[in-house]
Design a protein around this ligand. Structure first.
Ligand code: GAR
Length: 210
């Protein structure tokens, strides 16, 4: 059984996709041990409570010192006994100590085809604003392992989504979520739960199902 901790900052639709995929048997051999938010107002915390999942808020407001905050985040993850940390719209920089301790055991969903529209400053709607401003015809989503860079870790899964005439950032965000994010993130978790993902020379290899 893979114990996952899902870290969130906002609405939590990706968290919901994981909860639903576990309920539907799309993800197996996996339980959500805890949901951690940096934002006490995150609707994701409500979603966790409704699903009966322990939800904790580790707030910067309450712990303004960065080193103390990083320690508190790490402690919350360790208390939950995480085998895998899932960043589902978590907008806080992950402490280096956590990255080192959980090497190739932290995954992130990013709403573009990395290496486009990623890195510092590209999060949430800003990613889709960037894609529309550049006029790309295809965008998508990426699930990747987290390393010390911003959106630079080994790529696990990607899915392309068409940009359509008249798209606004909000419309495009919704399409990328529906067509890519809510499918890819559960799929990646299930692959990891079944030991099908390995990292070799900074790239992933996905083993076929037996
Ligand atoms: C998602 O689109 C996710 O890909 C994005 O934030 C949104 C969170 O939505 N993450 C990033 O931009 C990370 N760089 P949600 O709270 O409804 O899952």
């Amino acid at each position: 059984m893979l114990n996952i901790v899902v870290m969130v900052s906002g609405g939590g639709t990706n968290l919901q996709a994981i909860i639903d995929a576990i309920d539907a048997g799309v993800i197996t051999d996996t339980r959500i041990a805890a949901v951690i938010s940096n934002n006490e107002d995150a609707y994701a915390l409500e979603r966790a409570k409704k699903a009966g999942i322990p939800a904790v808020c580790v707030s910067r407001k309450e712990i303004p010192d960065r080193a103390a905050y990083n320690q508190a985040l790490l402690a919350a993850v360790e208390d939950a006994g995480a085998d895998l940390i899932v960043l589902a719209g978590f907008l806080v920089v992950i402490p280096t100590e956590m990255i080192q301790k959980y090497r190739n055991r932290i995954i992130n969903i990013h709403p573009s085809l990395i290496p486009s529209f990623c890195g510092t400053g590209f999060y949430g709607l800003k990613v889709h604003e960037g894609a529309l401003a550049r006029g790309v015809k295809l965008t998508g989503a990426t699930v990747h392992f987290v390393d010390e860079g911003t959106d630079t870790g080994p790529i696990i899964l990607q899915k392309a989504v068409a940009v359509e005439d008249g798209d606004t950032p909000e419309i495009l965000q919704r399409r990328v979520m529906e067509e890519a994010e809510w499918k890819l993130l559960p799929q990646a978790i299930d692959l990891i739960a079944h030991h099908r993902v390995s990292v070799v020379d900074g790239r992933t290899i996905i083993r076929e199902a037996e």
